[in-house]
Design a protein around this ligand. Structure first.
Ligand code: ADP
Ligand code: ZN
Length: 713
């Protein structure tokens, strides 16, 4: 059952031949009915026959493949989740199991003698002459008639109602359409990926190369090969809502749109898409991480684009990393997996270095476009004016760029106006009542918001601590505040802010990208959503307002992440004939991340990162799992965390750190403690975790969440 249960339930098979494993069945569950999957077809129940309830009905849907069932079991075992919780992700469209609702349309009837045939009626008859029933709207549009004409024809017996199965037909992408002529290095890379995709065997290949080097065109060739061999291809993108340009390119290359899978699909599209995938009628699907659990009958290729992105990690419910699970699903499916990135994760780089993954690299930008020149602005030497955030060198560079009629971008990875609000009278800082977090001022919306739990309140008239009236001041910048400064500096420039709260949804993102491409915008101000794979041909300057932002905090991967993000941002500058420039404002110009961004030497930076992590057996040179203990009462969380600490596993190559307050010590009103289990790479953490959790009693109001391979800590 798709429920968080440790085990499967047993039911008596219906009369007749038993439904094969993988069949979807309707069964009684308590007082209701629910849909489950026949996990194995064995007659091995521990319950006496008399106590078994019977399957109500075997549903008319393609059974879940053995591969997908093994994948569900594998993910459950790896993440220590109940198999039913993982199964639920694979049944994310239960309505898909109902037969598709028929929709009324029209078909040709045997024309009675003497019926009047007007020209309008003639057009309808001609349209329906091929015998295929069509929807009323479709006929009205194609034949240029009103619905009244159709009703009249039905009364005259010329046409009759007909049922139409409504299911999206994903027009098959055509692999035979010619792609662009590939450069020699692209060609070599494409040959390698084509060979991998055509082999019907598991392989993983890391595809690297700077932004603009043509990686997408190269993996399109692997998709073409997969289509030619009649198998399906899945492409995972970190932020499907921001993928309008990607979809446009896919359509241009293959002459048809791929199927889409993400959280914003309507229930009906979700159901139809799920069903089309199960029936093998969606040759290429592009989706968010949850698409990994779709019922592809014969998956031949999985591409994970921007494989380093943390958006692939799911942190709620079943905690899993879609990049890693993509490799697993490819292995179980005997498929090829391609991980693509300009700034690959140290995990993947290490796997490529040890030969576990194949690798292929595109050394230069397509067409010889130069990489942007990166310079550091030392904020200690060139500070902005008081109360401002843009330094004189950056102001000058933006001014020059705009004067030349080119586009500039200011990047700051922070939504809102100011990340903190402080009382000038008493020093009190406004905090979220539910989380260990400052309230972020959103001035345009006149709200103070918590970016962790969604709490929002009106800005206070007086300090909530000392009561001083109108005493609060914003501290630090968010994109809204940068916009305010930019408006004062360049009042003539046409400005656009791109942040997840100002650009809501794929249509808005596509419209923004089009406005930038069509030069309706001079100055773009954005958070990390501008970093993602956009192609802005007229953008020649990128200014990073606070390059040090991601380096604070004790995260193991802070440097790696900051490098990846800023490198991606820098890659937006100067992609065509105009060379690009990037200015990074920093208080730490000597930091390895800043130096690597200036030199562009990704390999040296990754090598240094590896050497920093190897001695302590930090990932990827060791394994890590986190236990997050949370409860509404601090004492309860603390007690369980301490019990876990006392029961911690030990031994050679095994270490437990904590308990300590979790990075967000209070989140949504729950107090959180964390313990980290760190082991050598050759030791599996799952058996240790299972035995550990079994040794500690956890009361019902305390939650212990397991996070194998945690990413943000
Ligand atoms: P990446 O995925 O590495 O960032 P892309 O595949 O997006 O690179 O390529 C960057 C730009 O260069 C895109 O506009 C793409 O259409 C173009 N491009 C890449 N390869 C070719 C090619 N062989 N011929 C023509 N245009 C190409
Ligand atoms: Zn909060």
């Amino acid at each position: 059952m798709p429920l968080p249960l440790a085990d499967a339930y047993d039911y008596r098979a219906p009369a007749g031949p038993p439904p094969p494993a993988g069949s979807f069945v309707l069964v009684p569950l308590g007082t209701r009915r629910a849909i489950g999957v026949v996990w194995d077809g064995e007659a091995d129940s521990r319950l006496p026959e008399s106590r078994l309830r019977a399957v109500i009905e075997v549903l008319d849907a393609p059974p879940m493949t053995a591969t997908l069932r093994r994948f569900v079991d594998w993910v459950a075992a790896y993440t220590l989740s109940p198999p039913g919780a993982v199964l639920r992700m694979a049944m994310s469209a239960p309505a898909a199991l109902e037969p598709p609702a028929p929709q009324a349309g029209w078909r040709l009837a045997s024309a009675p003698e003497g019926a009047r045939i007007t020209p309008a009626r003639r057009r309808v008859l001609d349209l329906l002459a091929d015998g295929r029933p069509r929807a009323g709207g479709e006929i009205a549009e194609a034949a240029g008639v009103t619905p009244a004409v159709l009703r009249g024809m039905a009364e005259a017996g010329l046409i009759a109602p007909a049922l139409l199965p409504h299911r999206p037909r994903f027009a098959p992408p055509d692999p035979a359409r010619p792609g662009p002529a590939l450069g020699p290095e692209q060609q070599a890379a494409a040959d390698l990926l084509r060979e991998a995709a055509g082999r019907r065997a598991f392989s993983t290949t890391l595809l690297t190369g700077v932004t603009g080097s043509g990686k997408t065109e190269v993996y399109f060739e692997a998709i073409a090969e997969t289509l030619r061999s009649g198998r399906q291809a899945l492409v995972l993108l970190p932020e499907i809502a921001l993928s309008a340009q990607w979809l446009e390119r896919f359509r241009a290359r293959f002459g048809a749109a791929p199927a889409l899978w993400h959280s914003e699909l309507t229930a009906r599209t979700r159901r139809d898409t799920w069903r089309a995938v199960a029936e093998g009628q969606a040759p290429v699907l592009v989706g968010a991480r949850s698409a990994l659990f779709l019922p592809f009958p014969d998956l031949g290729l999985i591409v994970v684009d921007e494989e380093h992105e943390t958006a692939f990690k799911q942190e709620e419910g079943v905690v899993y990393h879609a990049r890693d699970m993509a490799v697993v699903r490819a292995r179980l499916s005997e498929a090829a997996c391609v991980l693509a990135s300009a700034t690959p994760s140290l995990e993947s780089v290490t796997n490529a270095a040890t030969g576990r993954y194949a690798s292929v690299h595109l050394p230069a930008r397509h067409g010889g476009a130069a990489m942007p020149q990166v310079t550091l602005v030392d904020l200690r030497r060139s500070p902005p004016e008081r109360g401002r955030f843009l330094s004189p060198p950056l102001v000058a560079a933006v001014g020059e760029t705009l004067a030349r009629g080119e586009q500039a971008m200011l990047f700051l990875n922070r939504r809102g106006y100011a990340p903190m609000t402080l009382c000038r009278a008493c020093g009190h800082r406004l905090r979220c009542p539910n989380c260990t977090a400052w309230l972020v001022e959103h001035r345009a919306a006149r709200r103070l918001q918590c970016h962790h739990c969604g709490h929002a309140e009106a800005p206070p008239e007086a300090c909530p601590s000392c009561g001083a009236p109108h005493s609060t001041v914003p501290i630090g910048p968010g994109v809204e505040r940068v916009l305010e400064e930019a408006s004062a500096l360049w009042p003539e420039a046409r400005r656009l802010v791109m942040a997840s709260d100002t650009i809501a949804g794929p249509a808005a993102a596509a419209a923004a990208a089009a406005a930038i491409r069509d030069r309706e915008v001079d100055l773009l101000i954005g958070t990390q959503i501008v970093a993602k794979g956009w192609h802005f041909p007229h953008l020649t300057l990128v200014g990073v307002v606070d390059a040090d932002l991601g380096l604070a905090g004790g995260d193991l991967r802070a440097a790696e992440r900051t490098f990846q993000l800023l490198h991606q941002v820098a890659g937006r500058a100067g992609r065509e004939e105009h060379p690009g420039r990037v200015l990074l404002q920093t208080f730490a110009p000597e930091h390895a991340v800043m130096q690597a961004l200036v030199s562009g030497d990704l390999d040296a930076f990754m090598a240094a990162e590896a050497e920093a992590r190897r001695p302590g057996h930090w990932p990827p040179f060791g394994r890590l799992a986190a236990l997050i203990v949370s409860a509404e009462e601090d004492r309860a969380a603390d007690r369980v965390a301490r019990d876990l600490g006392l029961a911690a596993p030990g031994g050679e190559g095994v270490e437990v750190l904590g308990p300590a307050p979790a990075p967000l010590a209070i989140l949504r009103g729950r107090h959180r403690r964390r313990l980290l289990l760190k082991t050598r790479r050759d030791i599996a953490v799952q058996p240790l975790l299972r035995a550990w959790l079994a040794r500690v009693e956890v009361p019902g109001h305390v939650r212990v969440q397991v996070d194998v391979d945690p990413v943000g800590f």
